[in-house]
Design a protein around this ligand. Sequence first.
Ligand code: ZN
Length: 182
Amino acid sequence: MARLKIVKIGNSILRNATGRVDSACLKDRRFRKLLKDMAVTMRYYRGVGLAANQVGKTMSVFVLGWQANSRYPDAGKVAFRVYINPRIVEYSKETENGWEGCLSIPAYRGLVRRSTKVTIEAVDEEGMPVRQTASGFLARVIQHEADHLKGLVYLDRMEDRRNWMHLEEFSRAFGVKAGPEE
Ligand code: ZN
């Protein structure tokens, strides 16, 4: 397993929609390794989700999951999971604002309005169809990662850029300890 380099904002790979993963690809050793490497990379940088184009692969795949996460202390924990060819099929009308960061936009936080609840369809790493309804912070992470696969980043979703903060200022304003990698 290897830690992968995270593509940063400004790289066009983050701005292009990713391609569908062919079902034959799921058995491919290199694809299985990619999923493992994405998990390792996400954990190393203490991210809560990671999309394949963030590690330079134009594939419609993201992973998420976290233990207690120092970057998002109120987020609880969520089991690690792989989403292949995901599609959000339902968005709640109800929305809420929340602070987001992104491993491709290090050291910043932005206030983003998202649906409080979404339903996502995808296939898992075994090729089995999955349908999941999520709410709260998990719903936010799912929307953030699904956006990456469409070539969007959270900045595109912000209503007011004045709510974009460097982590130093964010930490000062909200009393959150800044992590070394962000
Ligand atoms: Zn991101």
